[in-house]
Design a protein around this ligand. Structure first.
Ligand code: PMV
Length: 321
């Protein structure tokens, strides 16, 4: 029983931060993202009666207890759906520089959800597949549909999944990923989500999220960059305000992050179609219109502390290979 699948990571324009149910990964708010075309995870899965345990390799390296346990727990969910008790072998590769500080859990669990369910003979709808991917990593549910996706928070396991808002070719946006630091983040997002509720600002962020989500969806559908830029930056700042005011505080930015954000704001004031958003790490995702890419990329490369700039356009969803 074998299948192979590919999926792309995504960048959230409206962020997911904090769960209502951390075991099921049911989020506090909806979120909206763009799949990143240039970056990809490819995963192969075998289920076999000859295996005596699950095993998992990433980039050709056998993974230790912690990441194997997470993959195994995810496979248990897929096995439960299929009523199958066989152990599995999982082999995965990322085509983007590993350890470049780019969250790979979204593409990893979207690809694994598709490969594992196909290998088990499950034929899931896109919504069921998205809900399954969510169980591995919340943001993975948004890597299942093509292009721009919105995660509907739902009320339970079955109705918390992502749906397409617009196809990849709807708008020629570019994500220029400014890599400032490449080591692994100190506090991962699974731990981070659990701290959201300790911030006195969390309630305010959650209360404002539905309005920002509507604003973002409308700006995207109208291809209105100025509107998109305002709400994308505001939403990123809200998430980092919650992170910083959590107990213990989570502080992901570096001086380099501030410098990039300051310049992006300045370029926009001067009429450039550019804005920025930051996930649970110091690297900055600079979103720009396709026509501005060359200019913005050249300026970013001149800034202090910039190790590399990766470029991604709107990408497809998870697919079998
Ligand atoms: O899916 P997770 O648990 O890795 O959480 C992702 C959290 C952020 O990247 C910070 C925001 C988001 O919506 O992608």
């Amino acid at each position: 029983m074998f299948a192979a699948a590919s999926a792309h990571p995504n960048i959230a324009f409206i962020k997911y931060w904090g769960n209502r149910d951390s075991l099921l990964r049911l989020p506090l708010t909806g979120s909206l993202s763009m799949n990143l075309d240039g970056l990809e995870t490819r995963t192969r899965v075998w289920f076999d009666a000859d295996f005596s345990a699950d095993s998992f390799s990433l980039g050709g390296v056998e993974q230790g207890e912690e990441s194997l346990a997470r993959v195994s727990a995810f496979l248990d969910r897929a096995r439960e759906l299929a009523g199958c008790g066989l152990w599995a072998r999982v082999e995965s590769e990322n085509n983007f520089p590993t350890g470049a500080g780019i969250a790979s859990s979204a593409s990893a669990f979207a690809a694994l959800a598709l490969a594992a369910s196909a290998a088990l003979g499950l034929s899931l709808s896109e919504q069921q597949l998205s809900a399954l991917a969510r169980r591995g990593s919340g943001s993975a549910c948004r890597s299942v549909p093509d292009g721009f996706a919105e995660w509907l928070p739902g009320s339970a396991d079955a109705d918390s999944y992502a749906v397409q808002v617009a196809p990849p070719d709807y708008w020629d946006l570019v994500d220029l990923i400014v890599v400032l630091r490449s080591e692994h983040k100190a506090v991962g997002s699974t731990e981070g989500h659990a701290l959201a509720g300790t911030s006195p600002l969390n309630g305010l962020r959650v209360a404002g999220a539905p309005e920002r989500l509507i604003e973002c969806r409308q700006a995207l559908l109208a291809r209105d960059f100025a509107r998109l830029a305002r709400v994308v930056e505001a939403d990123s700042h809200w998430m980092h305000a919650v992170m910083r005011t959590s107990t213990p505080p989570l502080f992901y930015w570096t001086a380099g992050t501030e410098t990039v954000l300051w310049h992006v704001l300045d370029w926009r004031k001067r009429g450039r179609a550019v804005c920025a958003t930051v996930d649970a790490g110091p690297n900055v995702h600079v979103i720009t219109a396709g026509a501005e890419k060359t200019w913005v990329e050249a300026r970013l490369r001149e800034l202090p502390g910039v190790q590399q700039v990766l470029c991604a356009r709107p990408g497809p969803g998870a697919r079998l290979i």
